[in-house]
Design a protein around this ligand. Structure first.
Ligand SMILES: C[S@@+](CC[C@H](N)C(=O)[O-])C[C@H]1O[C@@H](n2cnc3c(N)ncnc32)[C@H](O)[C@@H]1O
Length: 226
């Protein structure tokens, strides 16, 4: 990581508590079912902006890899071809698009419809858990991260690419002003503080790095030894 990387115990404070936002997993699934086709159509533009960061965050994912809230499968092409890939998403239409992306890329893997807050996998069953731009949409991000920790091997890694409130004052205030409308439209708490969620989990953030005026954060976390 760059010299700007920080080793952190996660000191951000909540600016937008998930508990203040009312959508259930079912609501979020319905919203993303509606958006899946548009997401898929504009995936090239998404990759133009986020591709280099996805590569940076996920290029050394290894072994059996779980992509949580995989959406249309945007991360898949940035994961090493040797990774044994499993994707999950709560939206059936996103899952369908992600399966098509696997096929288009000609790579092996499986995608399931599943709620990250109740993963149907045994403990310690993945070497690496990855997720991009997703904790902002989970009704209970702490429960979701705890599930990621549970299914990750004790010596494994959880790698996230997240977004939240900018630390540039004007931009942050704009996000605050639009927070309700943005949540209603996208089910996304874009003023969240992604690192703050870790404080209530058994994951230790070992490294984090921010980009785009603090709006985007790459996070590497590991299960905290018992
Ligand atoms: C903003 S999209 C990001 C998709 C993809 N990770 C990407 O980087 O493009 C958020 C995704 O999270 C999924 N999601 C939201 N809540 C979820 C949950 N509880 N369990 C699994 N997936 C969920 C949505 O269906 C959606 O596909």
């Amino acid at each position: 990581m760059s010299p700007n990387s920080t080793s952190t115990d996660s000191t951000d404070s909540y600016t937008d508590a998930a508990s203040d936002r009312p959508m259930s997993s079912g609501d979020i699934a319905a919203l993303y079912d509606e958006m899946a086709e548009r997401y898929d159509r504009w995936d090239w533009a998404n990759r133009l902006f986020s591709g280099p960061l996805r590569k940076r965050a996920f290029a050394d994912a290894s072994g059996r890899v779980l992509d949580v809230a995989c959406g249309t499968g945007t991360n898949f092409r940035y994961l090493p071809p040797t990774a044994q890939l499993v994707g999950v998403d709560i939206s059936a239409d996103m899952v369908e698009a992600a399966r098509a992306e696997l096929e288009a890329l000609g790579r092996g893997g499986t995608v399931y419809r599943m709620d990250v807050q109740e993963l149907q996998f045994p403990d310690d069953s993945f070497d690496t858990v990855v997720s991009a731009l997703s904790t902002c949409t989970f009704p209970d991000p702490v429960a979701a991260l705890s599930e990621m920790e549970r299914v990750c091997r004790p010596d494994g890694r959880v790698l996230l690419l997240e977004h939240g409130r900018s630390d540039a004052e004007l931009l942050g205030r704009f996000q605050d002003w639009r927070a309700d409308a943005h949540y209603e439209q996208h089910g996304c708490r874009w003023t969240q503080a992604p690192l703050a969620h870790f404080e209530e989990t058994d994951l230790t953030v070992v490294e984090s790095e921010t980009f785009f005026l603090g709006m985007v954060t790459i996070i590497e976390a590991r299960p905290t030894p018992a």
